[in-house]
Design a protein around this ligand. Sequence first.
Ligand SMILES: [Zn+2]
Length: 183
Amino acid sequence: MSEFESERIHKEKPYKKAEAVAEPEVKEVKPAAAQTISLDLETLIKVIDTAVSRSAEASSKMLAEALTESRKPYVDPRDVENEKNMRDQMKKVKQRMDEEIKSSQRNCGHLQGSNALSNFTSPFGLTSIVQHVLDTGELIGICTNCLRIFTPQDEDYGFWMRKKSGNQMSQSGQRFSTRVNRA
Ligand SMILES: [Zn+2]
């Protein structure tokens, strides 16, 4: 035996061994009833009928379930995810806007020209507050610069509302109660 041959046999040996282990012994299972059966035609028809109707029943059930399932509106999970992200984004934008408004209201001089975009502040010290009479008769002020609303409940209401405004006072229509008018 050459050196090459002996090496080949040595190499093949473990493979052959593994193959022998991996191959399970197959036993042929012979069913007990694998013999010839004899049925009369009527019984055979009954057997076939039962088998067919059972199979049809199962198919109808499956079909009905599939139809019910198909009627449900399909919601793409990616859409759900996108909507959630959009809502979160909008919430953040709204929060930032609210913070900016608050900060601008804190820093606003409520004077004409106090807006950062204006060239100069009013030399007369006129406020940028519009005084407005509500239909309830209450007088409020709205700064046209920072949109802050001054109500009689505010501590600095008197201070700002006594100052001369660069804007004309505005007034809502008056609310009349018809019942009061008739009386
Ligand atoms: Zn202001």
